[in-house]
Design a protein around this ligand. Structure first.
Ligand SMILES: C[S@@+](CC[C@H](N)C(=O)[O-])C[C@H]1O[C@@H](n2cnc3c(N)ncnc32)[C@H](O)[C@@H]1O
Length: 199
Protein backbone atom coordinates (compact mmCIF):
# COMPACT_ATOMS: atom_id res chain seq x y z
CA UNK A 1 0.00 0.00 0.00
CA UNK A 2 1.39 3.42 -0.85
CA UNK A 3 1.89 6.04 1.84
CA UNK A 4 -0.80 8.66 1.44
CA UNK A 5 0.54 12.20 1.82
CA UNK A 6 -2.97 13.38 2.49
CA UNK A 7 -3.06 11.49 5.83
CA UNK A 8 -1.73 13.82 8.52
CA UNK A 9 -0.45 12.17 11.72
CA UNK A 10 -0.16 13.96 15.05
CA UNK A 11 2.55 12.45 17.28
CA UNK A 12 3.08 12.36 21.05
CA UNK A 13 6.23 11.53 23.03
CA UNK A 14 4.46 8.72 24.94
CA UNK A 15 3.42 6.94 21.71
CA UNK A 16 5.67 5.24 19.12
CA UNK A 17 6.25 7.63 16.22
CA UNK A 18 5.94 6.17 12.72
CA UNK A 19 9.37 4.92 11.64
CA UNK A 20 11.06 2.76 8.97
CA UNK A 21 9.28 -0.39 10.24
CA UNK A 22 5.90 1.35 10.03
CA UNK A 23 6.55 2.24 6.39
CA UNK A 24 8.00 -1.19 5.53
CA UNK A 25 4.86 -2.81 6.94
CA UNK A 26 2.65 -0.39 5.02
CA UNK A 27 4.53 -1.45 1.85
CA UNK A 28 3.38 -5.09 2.22
CA UNK A 29 -0.10 -4.51 3.63
CA UNK A 30 -2.85 -5.00 1.10
CA UNK A 31 -6.51 -4.75 2.12
CA UNK A 32 -9.71 -4.65 0.12
CA UNK A 33 -12.86 -2.63 0.53
CA UNK A 34 -15.23 -4.25 3.02
CA UNK A 35 -12.63 -6.50 4.65
CA UNK A 36 -12.60 -6.73 8.45
CA UNK A 37 -9.15 -5.64 9.58
CA UNK A 38 -7.71 -5.72 13.10
CA UNK A 39 -4.57 -3.78 13.94
CA UNK A 40 -2.84 -4.74 17.18
CA UNK A 41 -0.57 -2.01 18.57
CA UNK A 42 -1.93 0.88 16.51
CA UNK A 43 0.33 3.57 18.03
CA UNK A 44 -0.57 6.83 16.25
CA UNK A 45 -3.07 4.93 14.11
CA UNK A 46 -1.21 5.56 10.85
CA UNK A 47 -1.54 2.01 9.46
CA UNK A 48 -5.17 1.65 10.53
CA UNK A 49 -6.02 4.96 8.86
CA UNK A 50 -4.42 3.84 5.59
CA UNK A 51 -6.44 0.60 5.68
CA UNK A 52 -9.68 2.43 6.45
CA UNK A 53 -8.98 4.85 3.59
CA UNK A 54 -8.95 1.78 1.29
CA UNK A 55 -12.51 1.04 2.48
CA UNK A 56 -11.70 -1.70 5.04
CA UNK A 57 -13.63 -1.95 8.34
CA UNK A 58 -10.82 -1.35 10.79
CA UNK A 59 -10.63 -2.03 14.50
CA UNK A 60 -7.47 -0.66 16.14
CA UNK A 61 -6.21 -1.64 19.59
CA UNK A 62 -3.24 -0.84 21.78
CA UNK A 63 -2.30 -1.54 25.39
CA UNK A 64 -1.12 2.05 25.73
CA UNK A 65 -4.22 4.17 26.51
CA UNK A 66 -2.39 7.21 25.12
CA UNK A 67 -2.07 5.43 21.76
CA UNK A 68 -5.79 4.67 21.83
CA UNK A 69 -6.55 8.37 22.41
CA UNK A 70 -4.07 9.49 19.71
CA UNK A 71 -5.48 7.06 17.13
CA UNK A 72 -9.00 8.40 17.79
CA UNK A 73 -7.70 11.97 17.45
CA UNK A 74 -5.86 11.20 14.18
CA UNK A 75 -8.97 9.51 12.77
CA UNK A 76 -10.98 12.63 13.60
CA UNK A 77 -8.35 15.00 12.17
CA UNK A 78 -8.32 13.08 8.88
CA UNK A 79 -12.08 12.57 8.83
CA UNK A 80 -11.57 8.80 8.48
CA UNK A 81 -13.94 6.40 10.22
CA UNK A 82 -12.48 3.52 12.22
CA UNK A 83 -15.00 0.86 13.26
CA UNK A 84 -13.61 0.67 16.79
CA UNK A 85 -10.55 1.92 18.69
CA UNK A 86 -10.00 0.45 22.12
CA UNK A 87 -7.58 -0.77 24.75
CA UNK A 88 -6.53 -4.40 24.45
CA UNK A 89 -3.53 -6.46 25.44
CA UNK A 90 -3.17 -8.37 22.17
CA UNK A 91 -6.55 -10.22 21.73
CA UNK A 92 -7.72 -10.07 25.37
CA UNK A 93 -10.41 -7.47 24.71
CA UNK A 94 -11.28 -8.60 21.16
CA UNK A 95 -13.93 -11.00 19.87
CA UNK A 96 -14.79 -12.37 16.45
CA UNK A 97 -12.92 -13.40 13.33
CA UNK A 98 -10.96 -11.22 10.93
CA UNK A 99 -9.94 -11.19 7.26
CA UNK A 100 -6.69 -9.42 8.11
CA UNK A 101 -4.72 -8.99 11.32
CA UNK A 102 -1.62 -6.83 11.40
CA UNK A 103 0.95 -5.85 14.00
CA UNK A 104 4.15 -3.84 13.91
CA UNK A 105 5.13 -5.25 17.30
CA UNK A 106 7.81 -4.38 19.78
CA UNK A 107 10.58 -6.70 18.55
CA UNK A 108 13.83 -5.67 20.24
CA UNK A 109 15.56 -7.56 23.09
CA UNK A 110 15.01 -5.91 26.46
CA UNK A 111 17.90 -3.99 27.98
CA UNK A 112 19.07 -5.89 31.08
CA UNK A 113 17.94 -4.29 34.34
CA UNK A 114 15.57 -1.82 32.67
CA UNK A 115 11.76 -2.10 32.65
CA UNK A 116 10.23 -3.32 29.37
CA UNK A 117 8.96 -0.54 27.13
CA UNK A 118 6.07 -2.01 25.07
CA UNK A 119 6.78 0.48 22.28
CA UNK A 120 9.89 -1.51 21.24
CA UNK A 121 10.87 -4.24 23.77
CA UNK A 122 9.58 -7.61 22.61
CA UNK A 123 10.62 -9.52 25.74
CA UNK A 124 13.92 -10.75 27.12
CA UNK A 125 15.16 -12.03 23.74
CA UNK A 126 12.94 -9.80 21.63
CA UNK A 127 10.94 -12.54 19.89
CA UNK A 128 8.37 -13.23 22.65
CA UNK A 129 5.67 -10.72 21.58
CA UNK A 130 5.93 -11.73 17.90
CA UNK A 131 5.63 -15.44 18.69
CA UNK A 132 2.69 -14.84 21.03
CA UNK A 133 1.03 -12.74 18.33
CA UNK A 134 1.46 -15.40 15.62
CA UNK A 135 0.08 -18.13 17.89
CA UNK A 136 -2.93 -16.11 19.06
CA UNK A 137 -3.75 -14.52 15.68
CA UNK A 138 -4.17 -17.92 14.05
CA UNK A 139 -7.45 -18.75 15.82
CA UNK A 140 -8.81 -15.24 15.19
CA UNK A 141 -8.59 -15.46 11.37
CA UNK A 142 -11.31 -16.42 8.94
CA UNK A 143 -10.30 -19.29 6.62
CA UNK A 144 -7.72 -17.91 4.21
CA UNK A 145 -7.18 -14.90 6.46
CA UNK A 146 -3.98 -12.88 6.23
CA UNK A 147 -1.42 -11.65 8.73
CA UNK A 148 1.14 -8.88 8.29
CA UNK A 149 3.91 -8.23 10.81
CA UNK A 150 7.45 -6.89 11.29
CA UNK A 151 10.53 -8.12 13.10
CA UNK A 152 14.29 -7.48 13.25
CA UNK A 153 17.46 -9.59 13.20
CA UNK A 154 18.43 -8.02 16.54
CA UNK A 155 16.13 -10.70 18.00
CA UNK A 156 16.51 -14.41 17.18
CA UNK A 157 14.42 -15.31 14.13
CA UNK A 158 14.34 -19.13 14.48
CA UNK A 159 11.38 -19.36 16.85
CA UNK A 160 9.47 -16.81 14.76
CA UNK A 161 10.01 -18.80 11.54
CA UNK A 162 9.13 -22.08 13.29
CA UNK A 163 5.87 -20.54 14.50
CA UNK A 164 5.10 -19.23 11.00
CA UNK A 165 5.65 -22.73 9.58
CA UNK A 166 3.18 -24.25 12.05
CA UNK A 167 0.16 -22.39 10.76
CA UNK A 168 0.87 -20.06 7.87
CA UNK A 169 2.21 -19.84 4.35
CA UNK A 170 4.65 -17.03 3.66
CA UNK A 171 3.43 -14.87 0.78
CA UNK A 172 5.86 -11.97 0.72
CA UNK A 173 8.93 -10.73 2.57
CA UNK A 174 10.48 -7.28 2.41
CA UNK A 175 13.52 -6.09 4.28
CA UNK A 176 15.55 -2.96 4.92
CA UNK A 177 19.15 -3.09 6.12
CA UNK A 178 20.90 -0.50 8.27
CA UNK A 179 24.43 -0.55 9.78
CA UNK A 180 23.10 -2.08 12.99
CA UNK A 181 20.13 -4.25 11.93
CA UNK A 182 17.90 -5.60 9.20
CA UNK A 183 14.16 -5.14 9.64
CA UNK A 184 11.62 -7.37 7.91
CA UNK A 185 7.96 -7.11 6.98
CA UNK A 186 6.09 -10.32 6.20
CA UNK A 187 2.79 -11.13 4.58
CA UNK A 188 1.32 -14.52 5.59
CA UNK A 189 -1.84 -16.45 4.82
CA UNK A 190 -3.38 -18.94 7.27
CA UNK A 191 -2.60 -22.47 6.09
CA UNK A 192 -5.57 -24.14 7.77
CA UNK A 193 -8.88 -23.07 9.21
CA UNK A 194 -8.81 -22.25 12.93
CA UNK A 195 -10.76 -25.46 13.53
CA UNK A 196 -8.10 -27.69 11.97
CA UNK A 197 -4.96 -25.65 12.62
CA UNK A 198 -1.93 -26.85 14.51
CA UNK A 199 -1.97 -24.26 17.29
C1 LIG B 1 6.50 -0.53 17.24
S1 LIG B 1 5.06 0.25 17.86
C2 LIG B 1 4.06 0.34 16.36
C3 LIG B 1 3.06 1.48 16.36
C4 LIG B 1 2.35 1.71 15.01
N1 LIG B 1 1.55 0.58 14.63
C5 LIG B 1 3.37 1.97 13.93
O1 LIG B 1 3.67 1.05 13.14
O2 LIG B 1 3.89 3.11 13.86
C6 LIG B 1 4.31 -1.08 18.79
C7 LIG B 1 2.95 -0.73 19.39
O3 LIG B 1 2.39 -1.92 19.95
C8 LIG B 1 1.83 -1.63 21.22
N2 LIG B 1 1.85 -2.91 21.95
C9 LIG B 1 2.90 -3.56 22.48
N3 LIG B 1 2.53 -4.72 23.04
C10 LIG B 1 1.18 -4.81 22.86
C11 LIG B 1 0.19 -5.76 23.23
N4 LIG B 1 0.51 -6.88 23.91
N5 LIG B 1 -1.09 -5.53 22.91
C12 LIG B 1 -1.44 -4.39 22.24
N6 LIG B 1 -0.56 -3.45 21.87
C13 LIG B 1 0.73 -3.65 22.17
C14 LIG B 1 2.69 -0.53 21.78
O4 LIG B 1 2.05 0.19 22.78
C15 LIG B 1 2.99 0.28 20.51
O5 LIG B 1 1.99 1.26 20.30
Amino acid sequence: MNRSDSIIIKENERVYSPDDDTHLLLDVVDVDEGEDVLEIGCGTGIISLHCAKQGANVTAVDLNEEAVRLTKLNAELNDITLTDVRWSDMFLNIEGLWDVILFNPPYLPAIKGEPLDPRWDGGELGDETVVRFLEEAFSRLRPGGRVYFCCSDRAPLTRIFNTVEMGYVMVEQREKTFDFETIYAFSLVAANTPQTGLF
